[in-house]
Design a protein around this ligand. Structure first.
Ligand SMILES: [Zn+2]
Ligand SMILES: [Zn+2]
Ligand SMILES: [Zn+2]
Length: 367
């Protein structure tokens, strides 16, 4: 697929057709005016096109890995397509760079330098290129918008997949491909003004469309199945979208038997068939949902949204619900026996007193 795409594009160039908007913008003029210097023109085009070319290659090879139906190539599919996203972002930085240093925004290090005419200019230094954090920063400064939330979820899933790649299922790959596809398509259209079909090639585009379509349908089925459950607690309803199979990390989960929430409620993974009680994934999904809030609370010295349960020690005691999702037990002592002040999870081992009165009692006892 890749070779066919490349050769057809090359023919395009040779023939001076230059139909894609990308080719028109970047090389069209060179094609036409320098036809007598075809070779020079093509080498110029190659240098200028390296990043977008690598991005397209990476995505196309990823798609080839996926359609090969060889599970040994699934990890490679994920790696290639996600690498393609970063390259597409770098292409944007290249296009925004000033003409005096056309790759300056892609460079990791940028330094001031005195030019020949004595003026101070900013230039890129070394071969290292920007990392994700720098791309984010530069996009912010340059007013380029990206759905970073979606990007982060792809990145996280990709990292998890690296650890269990031997269990990687076709659905896992589909999930990554499907969300990457949406991200790439939107960015090509909105930020690079490219026609995605033209840029990625018809075959690659068709596969990505189908993958996204199949995945979205599976996701819809799984969502419907989980919607029928009475989750009993507000917070669990919010947790559901963070549920993932502990075996393969797929989000395609369903319930076989209609039931209300209980920690033992069984979920079935549609990707790998693993069946497990919801209690097994509560800690991870609570961390996903409330981890950020807990981090801020800890930094500011406020009460965290959840804590370790004094009964079962899982990190699933939800303060707002006043109970642990895993063992469903509430606080043993709700208020201080002396002052009536509400007690926190931390104060449960103080025999029913608040920290202040517990301290006072200890002092009296010691005297
Ligand atoms: Zn699974
Ligand atoms: Zn508990
Ligand atoms: Zn008290």
């Amino acid at each position: 697929m890749r070779c066919r795409f490349f050769s057809s594009k090359l023919l395009f160039l040779m023939a001076g057709a230059c139909e894609s908007s990308f080719f028109r913008q970047n090389v069209g003029a060179v094609c036409r005016s320098n036809s007598a210097f075809g070779l020079i023109a093509i080498s110029y085009i190659k240098a200028d096109m390296t990043i977008i070319r690598n991005a397209i290659d990476s995505i196309q090879i990823g798609v080839e890995d996926y359609v090969s139906e060889d599970p040994r190539r699934y990890l490679s599919a994920v790696r290639n397509v996600t690498a393609g996203i970063l390259l597409v972002y770098k292409e944007k930085l290249r296009r925004l760079s000033p003409p005096n240093d056309p790759e300056i925004f892609i460079k990791k290090h940028v330094i001031p330098k005195v030019s020949d005419d004595g003026a101070v200019v900013i230039v890129g230094k070394g071969k290292s290129t920007v990392d994700i954090a720098q791309i984010k920063e530069r996009f912010d400064q340059l007013g380029v918008s990206v759905n970073w939330k979606q990007f982060e979820s792809i990145k996280q899933l990709r990292n998890e997949i690296e650890h269990y790649y031997t269990r990687l299922t076709k659905d896992n790959v589909r999930e990554i491909l499907s969300s990457s596809f949406v991200l790439i398509r939107d960015f090509l259209v909105e930020e690079l003004n490219e026609d995605p079909v033209d840029t990625l090639g018809e075959e690659c585009w068709k596969v990505l469309l189908e993958v996204a379509d199949v995945y979205q349908r599976e996701e819809e089925n799984s969502r419907k199945s989980l919607e029928d459950v009475d989750w009993k607690y507000q917070v669990v309803e919010e947790l559901v979208e963070h549920f993932r199979c502990p075996n393969c990390q797929s989000a395609l989960l369903r319930v076989e038997v209609d039931n209300d929430y209980s920690p033992g409620l069984e979920l079935t993974c549609s990707s790998c068939g693993h069946i497990f009680p919801v209690s097994e994934i509560l800690e991870d999904s609570v961390d996903e949902l409330l981890g950020g809030e807990a981090f801020v609370a800890a930094k500011e010295g406020c009460e965290p949204p959840y804590e370790a349960c004094p009964q079962c020690w899982s990190n699933t005691f939800i303060i707002a619900e006043g109970l642990c999702l895993k063992c469903e037990s509430g606080l043993l002592y709700e208020a201080c026996a002396l002052c009536g002040e509400g007690l926190t999870v931390d104060e449960q081992d103080l025999g029913g007193l608040c920290s202040y009165h517990h301290y006072q009692m200890e002092k009296i006892r010691d005297e």
